[in-house]
Design a protein around this ligand. Structure first.
Ligand code: NAD
Length: 247
């Protein structure tokens, strides 16, 4: 018997930065073993860090195999890896469109397929995908991103339906504007006032709770949906955006 035979593992993609780093820290502070996966090679310098590109299905399958043999059985998966390439749809290049779908939608498919098939055999597990409130309403200059997040969210619900017979729950957290490197890049030093106040020329409502989310605000929702407290919740989407999408 190996040391880790009975140890359970949380797998987080996009764990190096922003929301994924907060999710990793939240599970670790609750005493869980977290496999922290990211495209950034620096991830391997962190505890249980794994260098994985979610757009490479062979690399994903290998990483899941290695994580389970080195750490233990994955009982929770958090799909958090994502990219944002802003721009109008009319001007979007093929490469930017394809990369956005590859990471944000196909990446969720590859990782959830690899982990979900193992969870199905064991009849235990919970999966949470971090999508976006941009998937819920049309957004100027975020069309490719919004479409990729709508795909990720619906894919997660469909996994939830297939996996329900095995007792596995699949849910979505849809963050609004959250203070991470991704948002800082999007704002490009412009400040967050127009996000909070709204910008009618962009057909964008403001944030009723009048602040940008912290990564911990999102991580708390992820931890809840993965937890026993959410044991009868599946195929649902929890929007964490301070009311910005009015739903
Ligand atoms: N920050 C926001 O305002 C916001 C709002 C809604 C949704 N989200 C979503 O939350 C998630 C986390 O975003 P964030 O704001 O923390 O961004 P971030 O850029 O700070 O972190 C994203 C992480 O994903 C990793 N990543 C990118 N491509 C990858 C790949 N191919 N394989 C593995 N890892 C890869 C990056 O290296 C990075 O560490 C994303 O899915 C994002 O779309 C963010």
């Amino acid at each position: 018997m190996t040391v880790h035979e009975n140890r359970t593992v949380v797998m987080v993609t996009g764990a190096q930065s922003g929301i994924g780093a907060a999710v990793t820290a939240a599970f670790r502070s609750a005493g869980q073993c977290v496999a922290a996966c990211d495209l950034d090679p620096e991830i391997v310098g962190l505890p249980h860090g794994y260098h994985v590109d979610v757009t490479d299905s062979v690399a994903v399958d290998n990483a899941v195999e290695v994580i389970e043999s080195e750490l233990g059985k994955i009982v929770t998966l958090v799909n958090c890896a994502g990219i944002l390439r802003p721009g109008s749809l009319l001007d979007m290049t093929d490469a930017d469109w394809e990369k956005t779908q590859a990471v944000n939608a196909t990446g969720v498919f590859y990782v959830t397929r690899a982990v979900g098939s193992r969870m199905a055999q064991r009849k235990a597990g919970a999966i949470v995908t971090v999508a976006s409130n941009a998937a819920l309403v049309p957004r100027m200059d975020l069309g490719a991103y919004a479409a990729s997040k709508a795909a990720a969210a619906h894919l997660t619900r469909c996994f939830g339906l297939e996996l329900a017979a095995h007792g596995i729950r699949c849910n979505v957290v849809a963050p609004g504007s959250t203070d991470t490197p991704m948002l800082q890049d999007l704002l490009a030093g412009k400040g967050a006032t127009s996000l909070i106040e709204g910008n009618l020329s962009q057909h964008r409502l403001g944030i009723p709770l009048r602040r940008i989310a912290t990564p911990d605000d999102i991580a708390d929702a992820v931890v809840y949906l993965a937890s026993e407290q959410a044991r009868h919740i599946t195929m649902q989407e929890l929007t964490v955006d301070g009311g910005a999408s009015l739903r």
